[in-house]
Design a protein around this ligand. Structure first.
Ligand SMILES: NC(=O)c1ccc[n+]([C@@H]2O[C@H](COP(=O)([O-])OP(=O)(O)OC[C@H]3O[C@@H](n4cnc5c(N)ncnc54)[C@H](O)[C@@H]3O)[C@@H](O)[C@H]2O)c1
Length: 280
């Protein structure tokens, strides 16, 4: 890494939800490697602690907390602790997300539980997270909010979604809501010099995509003889010009750019980091 990269976010304080594993852990590591002090939280507090330990061992500075983003009362104590221990929050990354309710992977169709869970975490959880940091950003007239949405929140993929993706419908609609929330929040906070953007990841091999692959097996006999990981790779080859999965670090690098001064004129945008997969 060049020295300018190492200092890209020097001394900035970043707040990241769902950072116990997967994309959130990758974002936290990249931001820390570029000089940010990071407050990482997850509904699984010990997983968040592992992420923080990893960053601290690597020479960064991180604190961890157990936070359920669906509960504003759960967020507030950790936000206050982050400000007290690290300083005012400059960067907020609502990343926590769920693909569906309990048992999603082995169901052929979505249920009310999938609607409730995806909207509670992927929509209300994002807004709760922003609400917990927004006022101090407005007072200081500076801030970067980077919401982790999904390219699945863009448009249905037609035949493929009809055949295989039906159980993911609540998830896709919740991610579309997160993108529209990004637009509205950018309008609201622009006058306070706060940038609000979304990153739309494509396909990453995390526990979330493993559940999706198991669900594909459930929905489509064509996948019967394939392992979940083979299904993941096949889907990537079929849809992504670059032909490879994205990594948590790939998402973290785009978040770092949107959290830096290099992107000060970018707001209200949702950026696909999806190997060129086209949703039309
Ligand atoms: N994996 C992909 O291919 C992919 C693609 C597009 C978008 N995304 C999005 O990226 C984000 C991270 O996905 P991931 O693949 O790392 O998922 P993951 O399931 O591996 O990790 C999600 C993390 O969020 C935490 N979490 C869940 N509910 C929470 C809550 N109520 N409060 C706090 N934390 C909670 C989980 O404990 C977990 O640590 C999600 O918003 C997801 O929708 C993922």
């Amino acid at each position: 890494m060049s020295s300018s990269m190492a200092t890209q976010l020097q001394g900035k304080v970043a707040f990241i939800t769902g950072a116990g594993r997967g994309i959130g852990a990758g974002i936290a590591s990249v931001l820390a490697s570029r000089g940010a002090l990071v407050a990482v939280c997850d509904v699984d507090g010990s997983a968040a602690q592992e992420t923080a330990d990893h960053i601290n061992t690597a020479g960064g500075r991180a604190i961890a907390g157990a936070v359920d983003v669906t509960e504003p009362d759960s967020l507030q104590p950790f936000t206050s602790r982050a400000i007290a221990e690290l300083g005012d929050i400059d960067i907020c990354v609502p990343n926590a997300g769920v693909i569906g309710g309990k048992g999603f992977a082995t169901r052929k169709d979505f249920t009310k539980q999938d609607w409730d869970m995806t909207f509670a975490v992927n929509v209300h959880g994002v807004a709760n997270t922003v609400d917990s940091v927004k006022q101090q950003m407005m007072t200081r007239e500076q801030g970067k909010i980077v919401i982790i949405a999904s390219h699945g929140g863009r448009k249905p993929r037609g035949v493929a979604d009809r055949a295989r993706g039906s159980a993911q419908q609540p998830y896709a609609v919740s991610k579309a809501a997160a993108i529209q929330y990004t637009h509205f929040l950018a309008m609201e906070l622009g006058a306070y010099n706060i940038n609000v953007n979304a990153v739309c990841p494509g396909r990453l091999w995390t526990p979330m995509w493993e559940a999706i692959a198991i669900n594909h097996k459930e929905l489509d006999p064509a996948f019967a003889d394939m392992t979940p990981h083979e299904i993941f790779i096949e889907q990537i080859k079929a849809t992504m010009p670059l032909g490879r999965p994205q990594t948590p670090e790939d998402i973290g690098k785009t978040v770092a750019f949107l959290a830096s001064d290099d992107s000060s004129e970018i707001t209200g945008q949702a950026i696909n980091v999806n190997g060129g997969a086209i949703f039309s």
